[in-house]
Design a protein around this ligand. Structure first.
Ligand SMILES: [Zn+2]
Ligand SMILES: [Zn+2]
Length: 185
């Protein structure tokens, strides 16, 4: 069976964004494949396209993503990730990938990981018909979540990774102050 092709919106250089077609990327055992349903257009995206925020040429844009899981790697569903996403689940995605093995990652301070890379900036993001991420950064949402609301949760997760030493638990209240323009949907 031929490998499916998917369309993606790629950053090709300052002021240059292109709709491209590529062969669907294979899944590693710990990864999941999403069909993105809603993606925030953030101030960061505007700065990337405008040339004032560095990004990898050719990268697929989009770091605030809600999508449905359409495929899982061989090891997913076997306790991988905080919620072990399964095919059919609605998920939002932590907008960074980090190594999980360095001193900072093991201390729960992944935001300090020197191997941290951002989706839609250094890694292919969600403005595409297909997105592949490690299962451990795909967070399962309630099935009745409105997809265009969920990208807000990825911003919330990003803020939480910068809140060190927080003694919170389910039901805790918090306030997030974001010193940037919020995503546009
Ligand atoms: Zn953003
Ligand atoms: Zn690390």
């Amino acid at each position: 069976m031929p490998t499916p092709e998917t369309r993606s919106l790629r950053f090709a250089g300052a002021g240059d964004v292109r709709l491209t077609t590529a062969v669907e990327q294979p899944l590693a055992p710990h990864e999941v494949r999403l069909r993105p349903l809603a993606v925030g257009v953030c101030g960061t995206d505007a700065h990337i396209v405008g040339g004032s925020f560095p990004a990898e040429p050719g990268v697929v844009l989009g770091h605030e993503v809600c999508g449905r899981v359409v495929d899982v790697g061989a090891e997913v569903g076997d306790g991988v990730g905080p919620t072990a996403p399964r095919v059919g689940d609605l998920v939002t995605v932590e907008p960074h990938r980090y190594c999980t093995a360095c001193t900072w990652c093991r201390a729960g301070q992944e935001h300090l990981c020197s191997a941290k890379r951002g989706y839609g900036v250094r890694l292919d993001g969600g403005m595409a018909e297909s997105m592949v991420v490690p299962a451990r950064i795909a967070y399962v949402l309630p099935p009745d979540t409105v997809p265009w609301v969920a990208p807000c949760a990825s911003r919330w997760r990003a803020a939480c990774t910068r809140w060190t030493g927080s003694p919170w638990s389910p039901g805790s209240r918090c306030s997030c102050w974001v010193p940037a323009r919020p995503g546009r949907f």
